[in-house]
Design a protein around this ligand. Structure first.
Ligand SMILES: Cc1cc2nc3c(=O)[nH]c(=O)nc-3n(C[C@H](O)[C@H](O)[C@H](O)COP(=O)(O)OP(=O)(O)OC[C@H]3O[C@@H](n4cnc5c(N)ncnc54)[C@H](O)[C@@H]3O)c2cc1C
Length: 244
């Protein structure tokens, strides 16, 4: 783990792009006013702050950085859950100003470690993996990586078109599983929660890989338990969690 001091402290960032990625997730891009590049490691997060112009009150939340470093902007995949900050973001407009501090976190990806990787993503927990895969793609490195990505519904797959390019162009394999399949939803792929059996089925050489897990606490805890029960040493598992 590298200790990186936050270099951006409560700086104004302009909201330059708002794209609905799925029914519940919006991709937001915030650009710095002075266009200064920021170094961070894929997997790290930023603190995003909304300042209420009337009351002066601030609301700050952590968000995994989804774009690749270094960058003069931050991109986030944010689930609209109608909470304190997300209800502000649901009504945000291009050119709104938010405040960012970054980078933070010990969930860090070392692409040059020369290892093979297993990524396990639940919901918006796919965000840090986008940063990792985008970094590998922009550096033209072949990344020996397999990702199991769990979504509730088929329409929950974030940035689907780009996700497909990681496999087509870099050979990074992605397997999606839908935990709440429904008749008529058109999904013919894997269903059910990611678990040890699913990992064995899709990534039989999982023992040779460094594992990164990101998703809700129950997802992360269950998978850590399954992996350690299958003999994966804890030191080869990195994890980040949020949400419910
Ligand atoms: C390191 C880190 C990285 C994060 N990265 C992301 C990210 O990339 N994308 C993202 O959408 N969120 C991410 N989060 C969660 C984010 O920080 C907020 O907690 C979330 O956006 C809700 O904030 P809020 O103010 O709208 O809700 P609040 O008003 O704070 O909370 C409302 C309630 O919703 C619950 N809740 C929080 N998240 C979820 C969820 N996803 N689904 C259902 N219930 C939830 C809370 O536990 C709380 O009970 C991250 C959190 C951490 C700690």
């Amino acid at each position: 783990m590298v200790v990186l001091k936050p270099v951006v402290i409560n700086k104004p960032y302009i909201l330059t792009s708002i794209e609905r990625s799925t029914r519940d997730v919006i991709t937001f891009r915030f650009e710095s006013q002075e266009k200064k590049e920021v170094h961070f490691i894929p997997g790290m997060f930023a603190m995003l702050t909304y300042k209420d112009p009337e009351t002066g009150k601030s609301i700050s939340r952590a968000f995994s950085i989804a774009n690749a470093p270094p960058s003069d902007y931050f991109e986030f995949f944010i689930a609209m859950i109608n909470g304190q900050l997300t209800s502000k973001l649901a009504n945000a407009k291009v050119n709104d100003v938010y405040y960012i501090s970054a980078p933070y976190g010990q969930f860090q990806f070392d692409m040059d470690a020369g290892e093979k990787f297993l990524f396990l993503a639940g919901g918006t927990g796919v965000a840090p993996f986008f940063s990792m895969l985008r970094q590998a793609k922009s550096s033209d490195k072949k990344l020996d990586c397999a990702m199991l990505y769990s979504v509730k519904y088929p329409y929950d797959i974030v940035e689907k078109t780009e996700l497909d390019t990681f496999e087509k162009e870099m050979g990074a394999k992605t397997f999606v599983t839908v935990t709440r399949p429904a008749e008529g939803d058109g999904w013919t792929g894997q269903t059910g929660r990611v678990n040890g059996e699913m990992i064995k089925k899709y990534v039989p050489d999982f023992m040779d890989r460094i594992t990164y897990i990101c998703g809700p606490p129950a997802f992360v805890t269950a998978l850590k338990n399954d992996l350690t029960a299958m003999g994966v040493p804890e030191r080869e598992i990195r994890a980040e969690m949020w949400g419910e």
